[in-house]
Design a protein around this ligand. Structure first.
Ligand SMILES: Nc1ncnc2c1ncn2[C@@H]1O[C@H](COP(=O)(O)OP(=O)(O)O)[C@@H](O)[C@H]1O
Ligand SMILES: [Mg+2]
Length: 444
């Protein structure tokens, strides 16, 4: 329960969390110190100061009561007031109403009252409210009521708020410094996360490990991993290209030989096989070329899809385009335009091949762009949709005996392109058209 609560109310970012971890103890310490200091120290000091004043008042009382007459008492008491720095007065009468008036928030005032009561040990009237700068005490003596006005700062330690101001100011400065240092610690982690995210989308950004030892290690590990993956992709591409290239020459020789040979049915069959192999190699090379060299660039999606549809129209393919760039009116995404074009071209080729009507729908979704190719053909059964995306898988060999049918690389290439951009390719059934729905997603 507590951890759930913590999760809900803790800030999400590392920076804010670290700041909280740092600032909460500071505030707590301050609160505790403030309370204890004011309660203990200030009350203690106040008691000591009041104690001293109390003794002086006792002395004044003794002086007054030792005098033989009221006039003499008045004279002596007034004479005593000068060296003590107190205003002492002897008022006629005996009666006072014993009471103590203190302000509600006056913590030290309460200590003053308690201490004076203890020291004087007789009924007294104490007023701390009428004049906030004075503590006014009235005590009955045998020679009349002794009225003492004591400057407040002589009985209570003053200015506790100055301490508070100091504490708040220093903790403010400390927090400010902490913020600066923390930011420097968090930035390298943020940069690492960014580089990893970008790499997931198939983009290599400049990144240098920085910051604390652990963060630097994670950064270095990421760089090593990235280099290894890049090396592997490069190696795969180079192998594909190499093999395809090397096979071209013997194929060309075979084609020449076939052209020279007598045209028998067997020869026609071999010639078809050769053409099929050639198609395979072209597809390979086509794929490998883009993969190896193309860099991501910011691409206007509208321009890209319009071009694809126009190209399709030129080669006699009828494709309806439904493009909605969203509220911005324009959709620009970092991607490898040639690769994405080839992937979409493959999907459209398939749709055209198996169906009559083809529609390309492009939408800006949160986090990604969605390219949807739908047709009204036979579609692909749900249990075979995973399978057809593997290289060289074709469904129903009888369905496409024709050599131009392709070699089973179209969907594999489209999937590869999507994945290398950090996106995905999903096959399904078109709700509106009944045929295949191929959904290519590229993060933006
Ligand atoms: N739009 C579609 N409608 C029906 N079947 C399809 C469609 N697209 C692809 N397929 C099936 O998926 C298989 C693999 O497609 P693909 O990878 O493009 O290879 P190819 O086009 O070279 O045969 C095709 O052979 C076909 O059987
Ligand atoms: Mg195809």
């Amino acid at each position: 329960m507590f951890s759930g609560w913590l999760k809900r109310y803790m800030p999400r970012g590392l920076f804010n969390r670290a700041l909280l971890i740092l600032v909460i103890p500071i505030l707590l310490i301050q609160a505790v110190v403030t309370v204890i200091f004011i309660q203990r120290h200030f009350a203690g000091v106040t008691r000591q100061m009041t104690h001293a004043i109390g003794l002086e008042i006792r002395y004044a009382i003794a002086t007054a009561e030792a005098a033989p007459s009221r006039e003499e008492a008045l004279r002596r008491v007034q004479a005593l007031g000068v060296p003590l720095g107190l205003t002492l007065e002897l008022q006629p009468g005996q009666g006072i109403v014993p009471e103590a008036r203190t302000g509600f928030f006056d913590v030290s005032g309460r200590a003053v009252v308690a201490t004076l009561r203890e020291i004087l040990a007789r009924p007294m009237q104490l007023d701390l409210v009428t004049d906030s700068k004075l503590a006014q005490v009235r005590v009955p003596t045998r020679q009349g009521v002794l009225a003492v006005a004591i400057p407040r700062r002589r009985v209570a330690a003053s200015n506790p708020h100055l301490l508070l101001v100091w504490m708040l100011a220093t903790s403010g400065i400390l927090t400010g410094i902490a913020v600066l240092f923390l930011r420097n610690q968090v930035t390298p982690i943020r940069k690492l996360a960014q580089a990893a995210e970008e790499f997931g989308k198939g983009r290599t950004v400049r990144f240098r490990p920085r910051g604390a030892e652990e963060v630097r290690r994670a950064g270095a590990a990421f760089l090593a991993m990235r280099a290894r993956i890049e090396r592997q992709i490069e190696q795969r591409t180079r192998m594909l290209t190499g093999v395809s290239h090397d096979l071209r020459t013997p194929l060309t020789r075979m084609k020449l030989a076939l052209a020279m040979a007598e045209p028998t049915p067997e020869m026609a069959e071999i010639s078809r096989d050769v053409r099929e192999m050639e198609g395979m190699l072209e597809a390979f090379l086509d794929f490998a070329r883009g993969e190896g060299t193309e860099e991501s660039e910011e691409t206007d999606i509208g321009e890209l899809v319009n071009r694809i549809v126009a190209d399709a129209a030129r080669s006699g393919q009828e494709v309806t385009l439904d493009y909605d760039p969203g509220p911005a009116g324009e959709l620009r995404v970092m991607l490898r335009p040639l690769a994405v074009r080839r992937a979409l071209q493959n999907l459209i080729d398939n749709a055209v091949k198996f169906a009559g009507t083809v529609r390309l729908t492009v939408r800006a979704r949160p986090g990604h762009v969605e390219f949807r190719v739908e047709d009204d053909g036979p579609g692909i059964p749900a249990d075979r949709r995973e399978e057809v995306m593997r290289p060289f898988v074709r469904l129903d060999e009888a369905r496409n005996q024709d050599v131009s049918a392709g070699v089973g690389l179209g969907l594999a290439i489209a999937l590869d392109t999507a994945r290398s951009h950090g996106g995905d390719l999903r096959l399904g059934e078109s709700e509106t058209m009944g045929g295949l729905r191929a959904e290519l997603r590229i993060p933006r």
